[in-house]
Design a protein around this ligand. Structure first.
Ligand code: SAM
Length: 464
C-alpha cells in the first residue's frame, strides 16, 4: 500500500504530516512519489489566506479525474480546510474522508480500513519508522485563545489545548534516541503554553537549579500561596535535560503573552536557540486595535528591547561562538481593511527601526466568519501588492546588511543534510549556511564554520 501526502500551510501542518507519514510507515504503507502511484492520497490543507485555500481547491479539483479513473483510490482531506463536513461532502463527492486538523489517529484509522479492504495482508514489509531526521517540529499545543479579527485559525482549530509536559518530554526523548538533534516546539501561540494544564507536582526548578520537572499531581505553592500551571519556561527547562538533543526552538510567540520568565529561560538555557518568531502584524496602534492584537507599538518595541538586552550577554552552548546575537522574525499583514497609506508607512518605518532577520509579509485576505470579514476590504489588490513588495524589498536590504556583519566570523551550525552537492546547515539564529567538505557524512553534526560569503537568504562558510 502506498500513500501520497501533500501539505500546505504552517509548521504545525508539516509536523502533523511528518507524524502521519511516520505512523503510515509503521502500519506498512510506503510513500509514493506521485498521486497516480498511490492507494491513498492525503491532502493536509490550510485556509489562513485566500491564496492557500485557492491552492487546496485547485489540488482537489485536479484529483477528481484521477479518482474517476481509479475508484479504488482513497482520498482524504485533513487540516484547516475541513469544517462543516456535510457542505464539503456535497461540494467534493469524490473525497472519501474529511479529517479535522491534527487528528492523526483518524488518518491512521482511515488508512488501516483502506488496507484491510484491499488484498494487502503482507505484514512482513512493515517497517518501524522513517529515516531519522536532524531537526523536527513537536506540537505542544493545538488551537488558539486569541481573537485576532482577521484570523480563521481559532474557528478551525478551536481554543488552545496544551499537551502535558510528560507527553511532550517522552516524545522528545524518543526523537533524541532516534538521532534528532534539534526540536522546534510548535503552537499557534506557544507563549501561553500550559495555562490550561493542572498545577505542577513539585516546585518548578529555581531558574539556576537545572532540575527536571515531570509529573503534575500536587499543586505547587507560589510565593503568594496559590498554585501555578507549567509554562513554556518550565517546558524548555525540562526538555533541556534530554540527552543527545543539541538545540531547542519554539514558535510562534505572541507579543501580549511573552513573559520575562520565558525571556530569562531563553537567555539562560544553552540549548535554547537565540531565535524568536514574534508576529507584529502592523506598526500602527489603530490598525493593531482593529486587528484585536492586544498590544501597542510601544509595548512591542519595549518587548523587543527587553529580549535583545536579555540575550545580548548570552554565552551560547559550550564551544559555540556567541557572535550572532538574536535571530528575530516577524509576521506582517498589509492592506488590512481601512489601512491608510500613512498607517502602512508607520509599519514600514517600524520595520526599518527594529531590523528583523526575517519578515513574513502577507496581503490581507478576508476569511469566512471572521470579524474582519464584515469590514470593507477597501485596499485595492494592486495597492496591497505594492505594500507587500515594498516590505519585501526593504527586508532584503536590511537582512543583507545584518548578514554581512557575519563575514569572517565563526559560527556554530547544525548540519541538516546534503543540498545540491553541498552541506546545508543552520545557525542558532536560524540562518542557512552552505559549505563543502568531501569526506564523510556531516549530517546531524554541530560544526564551526567561518562565514566566507553572505547574502540576504543564505551564506557560505568553510569548516574550521
Ligand atoms: N501566532 C500567530 C500570530 O500571533 O498572529 C498566528 C499565526 S497565523 C496562523 C500565520 C500568519 O498568517 C499570521 O501571523 C498572519 O500574518 C497571517 N494571516 C492570518 N490571517 C490572515 C489573513 N486573513 N490575511 C492575510 N494574512 C493572514
Amino acid at each position: 500500500m502506498r500513500y501520497y501526502l501533500w501539505t500546505i500551510g504552517c509548521q504545525m501542518n508539516f509536523a502533523d504530516s511528518r507524524q502521519a507519514a511516520v505512523e503510515l510507515d509503521g502500519i506498512g504503507y510506503s510513500e509514493a512519489g506521485q498521486p497516480q502511484d498511490a492507494d491513498l492520497i492525503l491532502l493536509n490543507t490550510c485556509v489562513v489566506r485566500q491564496s492557500a485555500e485557492d491552492k487546496v481547491v485547485g489540488r482537489l479539483t485536479s484529483l477528481q479525474g484521477l479518482k474517476r479513473r481509479r475508484p479504488d483510490l482513497r482520498l482524504a482531506l485533513m487540516g484547516c480546510y475541513v469544517s462543516e463536513i456535510p457542505a464539503l461532502q456535497d461540494r467534493y463527492p469524490w473525497v472519501d474522508a474529511f479529517i479535522k486538523p491534527s487528528d492523526i489517529p483518524a488518518v491512521i484509522e482511515f488508512a488501516k480500513e483502506q488496507a484491510a479492504a484491499s488484498a494487502y495482508h503482507d505484514t512482513e514489509c512493515r517497517r518501524p519508522i522513517a529515516e531519522p531526521l536532524v531537526s523536527t517540529g513537536v506540537p505542544i499545543s493545538q488551537g488558539c485563545d486569541h481573537l485576532c479579527t482577521y484570523c480563521i485559525v481559532r474557528l478551525r482549530r478551536g481554543p488552545e489545548v496544551s499537551r502535558p509536559v510528560d507527553k511532550i518530554l517522552a516524545e522528545v526523548r524518543g526523537l533524541a534516541r532516534r538521532g534528532v538533534k534539534e526540536v522546534t516546539l510548535l503552537g499557534q501561540n506557544v507563549d501561553s503554553y500550559g495555562h490550561d494544564l493542572p498545577p505542577l507536582a513539585s516546585p518548578s526548578p529555581h531558574p539556576a537549579s537545572g532540575q527536571v520537572l515531570e509529573a503534575q499531581a500536587q499543586p505547587e505553592e507560589e510565593g503568594d500561596g496559590s498554585s501555578r500551571s507549567p509554562d513554556l519556561a518550565d517546558l524548555l527547562e525540562a526538555i533541556h535535560e534530554v540527552k543527545g538533543l543539541e538545540r531547542i526552538r519554539f514558535l510562534t510567540s505572541h507579543p501580549a503573552d511573552m513573559t520575562d520568565r520565558l525571556i530569562e529561560a531563553v537567555a539562560r538555557l544553552p540549548k535554547v536557540c537565540e531565535h524568536i518568531e514574534l508576529p507584529l502584524q502592523s506598526g500602527d496602534d489603530t490598525v493593531l486595535r482593529r486587528m484585536g492584537r492586544g498590544y501597542t507599538v510601544e509595548q512591542y518595541r519595549d518587548l523587543v528591547g527587553r529580549i535583545r538586552l536579555a540575550l545580548s550577554g548570552k554565552v551560547a552552548a559550550p564551544g559555540a561562538a556567541g557572535v550572532q546575537g538574536l535571530g528575530l522574525a516577524t509576521d506582517v499583514i498589509v492592506g488590512f481593511p481601512g489601512e491608510t497609506g500613512a498607517q502602512f508607512e508607520a509599519t514600514y518605518r517600524l520595520l526599518e527601526e527594529l531590523r528583523f532577520d526575517m519578515v513574513h509579509v502577507a496581503a490581507y485576505s478576508p476569511r469566512p466568519d471572521t470579524p474582519a470579514e464584515q469590514l470593507p476590504d477597501d485596499v485595492s489588490p494592486g495597492e496591497k501588492e505594492r505594500r507587500r513588495k515594498a516590505v519585501d524589498n526593504l527586508q532584503e536590504r536590511i537582512v543583507g546588511k545584518i548578514n554581512a556583519r557575519l563575514l569572517d566570523q565563526t559560527v556554530e551550525v547544525l548540519v541538516e543534510g546534503r543540498h545540491k552537492g553541498r552541506w546545508r546547515s543552520r545557525t542558532r539564529t536560524n540562518k542557512l549556511v552552505f559549505f563543502d567538505v568531501d569526506e564523510e557524512d556531516w549530517t546531524g553534526r554541530l560544526a564551526h564554520v567561518r562565514i566566507t560569503r553572505t547574502g540576504p537568504w543564505s551564506m557560505q562558510g568553510a569548516v574550521m
